[in-house]
Design a protein around this ligand. Structure first.
Ligand code: NAD
Length: 349
């Protein structure tokens, strides 16, 4: 990438600074993007995948860091957004050595960036990083954020019920279609089942589906059927990018509320959901329970404070839905605008 192109990309995303590290001994090639630190240090996970080019890795770091700033702001955290990416070596490598070098890189930034887990990285990697710096969460000591993410999604589902004109306030008898019953999806099913919801589930892993059938009396459907199954709420908890124009056309639900990151394939999919009168809980708001957990653990807070902050997701979502109604604009745009006001005190261009 030409230098000017990098600066253009940084300027467009509003990224504050971009840091590069090459460590020959371990083979580490890492990039840390610090998007915004006005509200506090930049927190965001470390992604390690075999990027096809350095340009691709830079673009990913910048895009993801910006998303983290928006997420932290709407979650009401005194944090900015950042993200790190490690270009996974194509040759065999020593994982511990690599993450030790990465921990040293984070330490050099003196607390400006705090790392956590993301695609490809593991709890054991966070433990290795913790030998070099204290600016890390998601270690064995801090624990698994998935139950907190699920709790936030559950609160978000309650908010969609309150906001939707045809729905009552109780989950009893509500049909909820959960796509992906992994760490978050399964924990969400537990909460919904406890409240009497009727679950419909799909997963590419048959065993996980069978578990939900046996534990919650869930109705299994195929990975294709889940989009068109009649239900009250569709809850994407598997992969990102599942809400494309074709899938949105198939939906037979009143609301979409799930944990998956980047659910809308393109920004205009938010408008399509709005046009179809399907209430959409913006992904980075409804799934912010995980970030709240990671941040609170980093700052040394306990479960009571974590749960108190997760409760706020419900109120913030209700606010988004009220603005959507007043301004007749998609909730995805409303959430972005609310985050921008918190980040910049105004809307970005
Ligand atoms: P996970 O890997 O434990 O679970 C994902 C599940 O989705 C797996 O069981 C997988 O088999 C299934 N799946 C994949 N493709 C599918 C498909 N096409 N149809 C149906 N199921 C499919 O991951 P997780 O930690 O539960 O996270 C789920 C989603 O929530 C991800 O998008 C993740 O980025 C997001 N998220 C997770 C957290 C967290 O705390 N773990 C926080 C915020 C956001």
């Amino acid at each position: 990438m030409f230098q000017q192109a990098i600066f253009n990309e940084i300027a467009e995303a509003g990224v504050n600074d971009l840091h590069f590290k090459f460590d020959e001994a371990s083979g580490l090639k890492a990039i840390i993007a610090v998007h915004n630190t006005r509200r506090g240090p930049a927190l965001g996970g470390c992604r390690i995948i075999p990027y096809s080019s350095t340009d691709e890795a830079i673009t990913d770091a910048i895009r993801l860091a910006k998303g983290m700033s928006y997420k932290a702001a709407l979650a009401g955290l005194d944090l900015g957004g950042g993200k790190s990416v490690i270009i996974e070596p194509s040759e065999p490598y020593n994982r511990e050595k690599l993450f030790k070098a990465f921990g040293g890189f984070i330490e050099e930034l003196g607390g400006r960036y705090i790392t956590a887990m993301d695609s490809g990285s593991r709890v054991s990697d966070m433990d290795t990083i913790a030998t070099q710096t204290r600016h890390v969460s998601c270690t064995t000591v801090s624990g698994n954020p998935a139950p907190s993410t699920a709790l936030g999604v559950y609160k978000g589902i309650l908010a969609t019920l309150k906001a939707h004109k045809d729905s009552g306030h109780s989950l009893k008898g509500m049909r909820i279609a959960v796509q992906g019953v992994g760490n978050v999806g399964y924990a969400l099913c537990q909460l919904l089942h406890h409240d009497g919801a009727k679950l419909i589930v799909s997963d590419i892993d048959e065993k996980k589906v069978e578990q939900c059938v046996s534990d919650f009396g869930a109705t299994p459907v195929s990975s294709d059927e889940i989009y068109s199954v009649p239900c009250d709420i569709f809850s994407p908890c598997g992969l990102g990018g599942v809400l494309d124009h074709n899938h949105i056309n198939q939906l037979q639900c009143s609301a979409v509320a799930g944990s998956a990151n980047n659910q809308l394939l393109t920004p205009d999919c938010g408008q399509q959901l709005f046009d179809r009168d399907i209430l959409y809980a913006p992904d980075y708001l409804i799934n912010s329970g995980g970030l709240i957990f990671v941040a609170m653990k980093y700052f040394g807070n306990g479960q009571v404070e974590i749960d108190r902050r997760i409760d706020v997701i419900e109120e913030t979502l209700l606010q988004v839905f009220r603005h959507q109604q007043q301004r007749q604009a998609p909730s995805s745009l409303i959430a972005d605008h609310m985050a921008e006001v918190l980040l910049y005190g105004r809307l970005s261009a």
